[in-house]
Design a protein around this ligand. Sequence first.
Ligand code: XMP
Length: 507
Amino acid sequence: MNQTILILDFGGQYKELIARRVRECKVYSVVKPGDISVDEIKKISPIGIILTGGPNSVYEEDSPHIDKAVLEMGIPVLGICYGTQLLAYTMGGKVEPCSVSEYGKTDMSVDTASLLYSGLDKCQVGLMSHTDQITKLPCGFKSIAHTDNCPNASIENKKLKMYGMQFHPEVESTPNGTKFIKNFLYNVCGATGDYNLKDLEARLIEDIRAQVGNGQILLALSGGVDSSVCAALLSKAVPGQLHCVFVDHGLMRKDEGDEVEAAFSNKNLHFIRVNAKNRFLGALNGVTDPEQKRKIIGAEFIKVFEEESNKLPDIKFLAQGTIYPDVIESGGSKAATIKSHHNVGGLPENMKFEGLVEPLRGLFKDEVRALGRQLGLSRAYVDRQPFPGPGLGVRIMGTIDSEKIEILQNADAIFREEIKNHRIKADQYFAVLTNTRSVGVVGDFRTYDYTVALRAVKTSDFMTCEYVPIPHKVLGAVSTRIVNEVKGVGRIVYDITGKPPATIEWC
Ligand code: XMP
């Protein structure tokens, strides 16, 4: 059995990101609700406990709290943001609103004599996002980091093996955050690094088998990285029980429907292609609201799957390649909804399937890719850029029709070809058909055509991104080709926004 870190959820957006950082440090972790009992914790037998952040204030009565007995179990504890305030508050300290709230990357001075910061420089940067702070430390605790406005940016009680960070070590904006977490795991909890990708695969397979038993599964295969890795994993876990349905909603990239069919129809699995373009376009007719489009596409998908499942014998489960960023951004009971990813937010409540199988739900894109390579999928395949389930439906602003789809498919194909030709490094890149038309002149004639926006981003987890500074020469060449070769496009713009504040897709 692997050593385990228990992550207790207090409603923060980043709990799975913390789990992922722990995995990166080669330690297994499980995420459980913050009100877990001492008995349940004993069963898990963790080597350490991490308390996540959360949007509340500990001094408010209906905020999530922790049973003090959990902290008294003698297991090392690390609090993060709200988790730190909770730790200090529960141990007898005082938490109050900040006179100056801190947001964003903040310079800190850390105590390198502490086990948490050993081997690191005194000057560090942490991503802060808090309106409360610890104003009185509990007995036996001391401050091990401070910023200009926060005297207790990190706290420790070495004897009780209790630590806290007011900032977020799990996000990329805290450059040495993973090292801080690693120090907690190895220096404080005594981790040995006994967890790797093989263990992850074995656990996922074990969970799939436990969930589905002998049941037949229908997998929503889009041909994208996530659903393809999901197909490989499921066919390894429960061979012979898997039926892959590829719904061609007519919103694929240029020629992609045929490419997916070619890639999967020769494989050793039951592959079914359903051509449903007219049906999707009918359902989307006249719809302009992005959330409504996503919900319609998601609901239509499920209807098609249900229909297909009725044609197959005894389908019990619907499988999807949902990954963690899809889940977190679709919102939950505590986190805010950014957008309803079609494979999460669009599911109807009275689905006819007995259950949903989403083995990649806790993983991030790069982990899914690594798993795909381990499962034997070719590098060229798993390293492809992601493509969202609702396809070009989230890249056409305003109403969607066949003509707009064709314009976007052609513009997008040119952009992708030029990015490849010029060897531009980007993790995701595509064209968007805006709903804006503008006046132009071609020959002696006035035109009034669409504006296409180009987007290329760098990111490792797709939760945040930066735009790629594509050289103007390349952008110019793409622009010239698109306006010359694609009828209906009169203007090209390049999107130079990061995430946040924008998202990667436009809808
Ligand atoms: P956003 O636009 O939320 O995108 O910044 C983050 C990543 O998720 C992809 N994406 C989706 N993937 N179903 C998916 O399978 C969806 O509904 C969906 N919406 C966005 C997006 O392409 C990017 O990689």
